[in-house]
Design a protein around this ligand. Structure first.
Ligand code: GLA
Length: 461
């Protein structure tokens, strides 16, 4: 009997060892470059090696970008053994050669396939070849797999991606698993144990409306993100030419606020000074890469003017003011109020690993019982045209009522409330002006061009 129990236990443990994603990967959102947004099917070993070179020489590597990922079209067929065959004209030395080159630059190598029978460009997909392909990728030296959803017809998303996850684990090489199912089956609800990141929407295009539309769809997903499990609002378009510099700055800032993977999608070998200044703003990147792994939540929603807050480690926070309108706005910003927002800036406060479905838990806005938290900051004294845009003038979203205890508080982790901090506890950094604020008064008007952001980091003194 004892022996039987032992055997069952051993079997269970054995099975458990297979049925998991690789742990300890993507503890912060993955950063890198992917070929799709700019080059589509025009990929080759020359391009990939050039981008690896440029990743280093441009300073992108030093800024934290790490993965060089070939998207669709590197593969053309399968051989008589079912083995995937790379395009011999474009990759004459094979994929391991490219991977070795990328590794020689101190970078990591990523590749692409699809869970269906074909990829989105109708190259062979992974369906039915999962374990074989996983072994092939391990042999190439792949560190990152983007796995698309084309050609999947009647497949079940969760089981298809779980199958590939198991195949990757069985192949034995730690590979970041990037699920690209476009949000159709709400992967945020199941993918945390399957992949390290999952696309939440359809494809981004290089224009303001597409970018903003995708951003808006991230609003209720913050609770699902955390170290090793990220919502992926798609790759960056910064530097590809379809948006203004201001809009690209906004795009990049919003992605960082969301703790999104930062996969550049532009020509790294020919970047303008503006593009470099955006993609390599190290203080903005630090907000994305914060070890707490929180995705920003909306704190005020005045329609085309919003305030987003991201809790950071050490009870710091990033605050992003967003003007999505086509007009310049002058907004009254109350830094004392912003300083008082409790973000739950430590793990265990309804954060990652918290109970999914807990409304408003991560980074829950609202400062229970705190002075000034009701957001009643002087709306009456402001010129009427500016009233609607002012901090604190919006009504609080449901579940974030002033004085309400944020859901999740006290349900897990440390039971103490985070320390209440005031504006005097912080140095306030303007992330794009690269300066610290010197405030004579705690409420000031801030001018915001159309389609722009202001990002402030509240740094503990
Ligand atoms: C899908 C994905 C894109 C890209 C293309 C490649 O559309 O969502 O990100 O990988 O396929 O064909």
């Amino acid at each position: 009997m004892k022996k039987l129990m032992f055997l069952t236990l051993a079997l269970l443990i054995g099975a458990g060892a297979v049925a998991q994603k690789f742990p300890n990967l993507a503890k912060t959102p993955p950063m890198g470059w992917n070929s799709w947004n700019k080059y589509h099917c025009d990929v080759s070993e020359t391009l990939i090696m050039q981008m690896a070179d440029a990743m280093v020489s441009s300073g992108m590597k030093d800024a934290g970008y790490e993965y060089i990922v070939i998207d669709d079209c590197w593969q053309v067929s399968r051989d008589e053994n079912g083995e995937i065959v790379p395009d011999k004209e474009r990759f004459p030395h094979g994929m391991k050669y490219v991977a070795d080159y990328v590794h020689s630059k101190g970078l990591k190598f990523g590749i692409y396939s699809s869970a269906g029978t074909v990829t989105c460009q109708r190259r062979p997909g992974g369906f039915g070849h999962e374990y074989q392909d996983a072994r092939t990728y391990a042999r190439y030296g792949v560190d990152y797999l983007k796995y698309d959803w084309c050609g999947s017809t009647t497949q079940d998303a969760r089981s298809s991606y779980t199958n590939m996850r198991n195949a990757l684990f069985a192949a034995g090489r730690p590979i970041v698993f990037s699920i690209c199912e476009w949000g159709q089956s709400k992967p945020w609800e199941w993918a945390g144990d399957v992949g390290h990141l999952w696309r939440t929407t359809g494809d981004i295009s290089d224009n303001w409306n597409s970018m903003l539309g995708i951003f808006r769809q991230q609003r209720d997903l913050a609770r699902y993100a955390g170290p090793g499990r990220w919502n992926d609002p798609d790759m960056l378009e910064v530097g590809n030419g379809g948006m203004t510099t201001e809009e690209y700055r906004t795009h990049f800032s919003l992605w960082c606020m969301l703790a999104s993977p930062l996969m550049a999608g532009n020509d790294l070998a020919n970047m303008s000074a503006d593009t470099k200044a955006i993609l390599m703003n190290k203080e903005m990147i630090a907000i994305d890469q914060d070890t707490l792994g929180r995705q920003a939540t909306i704190y005020r929603d005045n329609g085309d003017y919003q305030i987003w807050v991201k809790g950071l480690a050490n009870n710091e926070k990033a605050v992003c003011l967003l003007n999505t309108s086509d007009e310049k706005k002058s907004v009254l910003v109350d830094f004392a109020l912003l300083a008082s927002i409790r973000t739950g800036g430590f793990r265990g406060f309804g954060g990652p690993g918290g109970v999914p479905g807990t409304p408003g838990a991560p980074g829950a806005a609202g400062a229970p019982g705190m002075p000034g938290a009701a957001g009643a900051q002087g709306a009456a004294s402001r010129p009427a045209t500016q009233g609607a845009a002012a901090a604190g003038a919006a009504s609080r979203p449901a579940g974030q009522a002033a004085g309400a205890t944020p859901a999740g508080a006290g349900q897990q982790g440390p039971r103490t409330m985070p320390q209440a901090l005031t504006v005097n506890d912080y140095r306030i950094r303007d992330i794009w002006a690269h300066t610290d604020l010197t405030l004579k008064e705690t409420s000031i008007y801030v001018d915001m061009p159309p389609h722009s952001v202001k990002v402030y980091r509240f740094i503990r003194k």
